[in-house]
Unconditional design. Structure first.
Length: 143
């Protein structure tokens, strides 16, 4: 079976710290796979806020996730703090990808936890249809 392979950018434009909560831990004693996607969602919201937007107000349009891919690398445990890096890529006339790199630091050693890609499409929720990426938002994604 072919495995997902996400290409990391050389540099990231945003980072934030997200703690692992007790509710993120599954019966295996580590963060569940659903938690990893939730961490990407939180990082996306923080990134969008930093550039002046939200998923529902993106320069006059909304956004909807069209796809997601995750490469799991290591486990996360309760109390870990995740350094979450975000970078937009593959900007098109209707959307873009966000690439995330999740890391944690233990004993001054950085450990890669996961690499994630989410495809984001501009969307009009009232009309229930895909719309064009606003120029203003496209410019901010390139910053």
């Amino acid at each position: 079976m072919k495995r997902v392979k996400i290409v990391l950018p050389e540099q990231f434009s945003f980072s934030c710290i997200i703690p692992v909560r007790i509710t993120d831990i599954n019966y295996g004693g580590h963060a569940g796979n659903d938690t990893i996607l939730s961490i990407a969602h939180e990082a996306r919201m923080q990134y969008l806020k930093k550039i002046g937007y939200s998923e529902m107000e993106f320069a006059g349009v909304g956004m909807i996730m069209s796809d997601a891919a995750i490469e799991f690398k290591n486990e996360l445990f309760y109390g870990d703090e995740i350094i979450t890096w975000v970078k937009p890529s593959n900007i098109t006339k209707i959307g873009f990808d966000l690439i995330y790199k999740l890391e944690t630091e233990t004993n001054k050693h950085t450990k890669l936890i996961a690499i994630i890609k989410t495809g984001m499409i501009c969307y009009d929720y009232k009309k229930k249809k895909i719309v064009t990426l606003p120029e203003e938002a496209g410019r901010k994604l390139l910053m």
